[in-house]
Design a protein around this ligand. Structure first.
Ligand SMILES: Cc1ncc(COP(=O)(O)O)c(C=O)c1O
Length: 401
């Protein structure tokens, strides 16, 4: 029969349009088996032996995510976004030179700072929003990977993927893009030349704050991809089948959630732009954001659900605002249905480079007016009742988030 499921939205909503082959159920089953029966001749009916290597429930979620990222790519799920990210770095070889964007998710930076050296990697942070900086940093014959995140945590800097991929490829450098924040709804890095795409599936892909998972996707199966898959199998970095099942269910509503969060984030950013209680609103959808032109070209249908605000009066006021919110939930993480707010520097710990006056917002799917009113009221109340800076339980601890 003619194949009519073409749009990514339709593929997501219908879970690739596949019914369970055994029951005909439109909702897939969870396959919890850790092992698979061996035939008398030593073979396995579907080639699967043990679930640390292969699991049908994981494969279902992998096929769906691969379809959304497009380009005929392949996907491997991991037990967390960090397990996915580190699998890429750990598949490199000692002595490899790696370029990493200067602004990026704290956990990746922290892992690189603590473990990359002992792994033998030569890691260099560079400004991937500046093509000249990328060219200057590439060491021909030694640089093996360029890692970037766009929009990048928590300043939401934008890297021009097409231009960075072209420059990197000219020097034989592979490009990996952390697409957690944009999701394939807004940016499909393979279409801009990326070689690898990485996700914390804990965030928008699952979207309900109840799954820890990650994913690596490749534009083409090559020996490096085989190393990443081998790392997952042999290091035991697979997610559990229940997590994979929840993830495929979350992805069914990915488009609705991301589109709604993007619309509301734009409304919030526009409303608070120029607000007297703020020194800045960082959001790529605002025309005065330095990456706006590139984002408008590279991101389709919105600028994402993440933004940051910088509060007049510094850390004391930022903490005071945090105390006053009622609709926004004070919590770390991002990409869920409920809106979150956090003092990012406290979450990251003492060595965080994030400004002390910055609050990071993850916008959910609530009524936009409730979120705007909540933040407006919190800013107003806090400006009338400034508070001393509380150290906060997270401030002295090193980050895990
Ligand atoms: C952009 C980005 N990449 C990777 C990660 C790590 O993901 P996980 O917490 O699932 O290990 C996070 C987590 O916050 C993130 O925001």
């Amino acid at each position: 029969m003619e194949q009519r499921l073409v749009s990514p939205e339709t593929l997501a909503a219908q879970g690739l349009g596949e019914a369970d082959p055994a029951s005909g159920g439109l909702t897939p089953v969870i396959n919890l088996s850790t092992n698979y029966e061996q035939q008398p001749d030593g073979s396995h009916r579907q080639g699967r032996v043990y679930t640390r290597a292969d699991n049908p429930t994981s494969e279902q979620a992998e096929r769906l995510l691969a379809a959304l990222e497009g380009g005929g790519c392949a996907c491997a799920l991991f037990g967390s976004g960090m397990a996915a990210a580190t699998a890429v770095f750990q598949s490199l070889l000692p002595g490899d030179h790696v370029l990493v964007s200067r602004v990026l998710y704290w956990g990746v930076r922290k892992w690189l700072a603590e473990f990359a050296l002992t792994w033998g990697l030569d890691v260099e942070f560079t400004d991937t929003t500046d093509p000249d900086a990328v060219v200057a940093a590439i060491r021909p014959g030694r640089t093996r990977l360029l890692w970037t995140e766009t929009p990048a945590n928590p300043m939401w800097e934008i890297t021009d993927l097409a231009s960075v991929c072209e420059l990197a490829h000219a020097a034989g450098v592979r490009v990996a893009v952390d697409n957690t924040v944009a999701t394939p709804v807004l940016t499909r890095p393979f279409e801009h030349g990326a070689d690898l795409v990485v996700h914390s599936a804990t965030k928008y892909l699952n979207g309900h704050g109840d799954v820890l998972a990650g994913a690596v996707l490749t534009a083409r199966p090559d020996p490096f991809w085989e190393r990443i898959r081998s790392w997952r199998r042999n290091a035991g970095a697979m997610p559990g089948p229940f997590e994979a099942w929840l993830l495929q269910r979350g992805m069914r509503t990915l488009f609705l959630r991301v589109q709604r969060a993007s619309q509301t984030a734009l409304a919030i950013a526009t409303h608070f732009h120029g607000h007297p209680a703020l020194t800045g609103v960082l959001y790529p959808g605002l025309p005065d954001h330095p990456g706006h032109q590139i984002a408008a070209r590279q991101m389709t249908g919105g600028f994402g659900g993440m933004l940051s605000i910088r509060v007049t009066g510094g850390a004391a006021h930022a903490h005071a605002v945090l105390r006053e919110v009622q609709v926004f939930k004070r919590a770390t993480s991002l990409g869920g249905v409920e809106s979150l707010i956090e003092h990012r520097r406290s979450s990251e710990g003492p060595s965080s480079p994030v400004p002390d006056d910055l609050l990071r917002l993850s916008v959910g799917i609530e009524a936009p007016v409730d979120l705007i009113t909540d933040l407006e009221t919190a800013l107003d109340t806090a400006s009338r009742r400034p508070a001393p800076v509380p150290p906060g339980p997270g401030a002295s601890r090193e980050a895990v988030r």
